[in-house]
Design a protein around this ligand. Structure first.
Ligand code: ADP
Length: 160
């Protein structure tokens, strides 16, 4: 069975990679897809986010990296996939994810959303936290792979 793992991935963190790795063991194919949402200001453009995801998942052979705009249910239908994977961190994620899952099923009754519980050590980790730390020159080496750290440094401090 193939599943879709959607998100902003701005940028990809060890929290995302943990979900991707665990999903890749349970499902035949995991399509990690970046929502291209022009109304949400991102730090990295979609092309760079794709590149970072490709680079950090290349050791897994059943992962496809893609991007989409518009409704997730339409993207899922186009790809002939009816299962969405999401990660759940704190209770704060629950309300939003609950709403999204029901909305997507309302739009397309074939769509199911499956949740993977965050690994304990990444339960506090989000892309926004990583950006905040990196912006103020903090150490993000335990939160993101080296290539992501390099690109954050480049973004916030120019070429180094
Ligand atoms: P964020 O910007 O908060 O990291 P994304 O939109 O990129 O969020 O997240 C995409 C999906 O990955 C969501 O289902 C989110 O709950 C999940 N996710 C993000 N970080 C983690 C984490 N540390 N552990 C588990 N799931 C996560």
């Amino acid at each position: 069975m193939a599943v879709i793992y959607p998100g902003s991935f701005d940028p990809v963190t060890y929290g995302h990679l943990d979900i991707i790795k665990r999903a890749s063991k349970k499902f035949d194919k995991v399509i990690v897809t970046i929502l291209n949402n022009p109304s949400k200001k991102a730090l990295f453009d979609v092309q760079k986010r794709v590149e970072l995801l490709e680079n950090t998942t290349k050791h897994l052979d059943n992962i496809v990296i893609d991007s989409f705009s518009g409704l997730l249910v339409d993207y899922a239908k186009k790809n002939d996939v009816s299962t969405i994977i999401k990660g759940l961190r704190a209770i704060s994620d629950f309300e939003y994810e609950f709403q999204m899952a029901h909305t997507n099923t309302m739009l397309d009754e074939n769509i199911e959303t499956i949740f993977l519980m965050t690994s304990n050590k990444y339960s506090f980790l989000s892309s926004s936290v990583v950006k905040e730390i990196s912006k103020f020159d903090g150490d993000v080496s335990k939160l993101v792979p080296e290539i992501v750290e390099y690109n954050l440094n480049k973004k916030f401090r120019g070429d180094i």
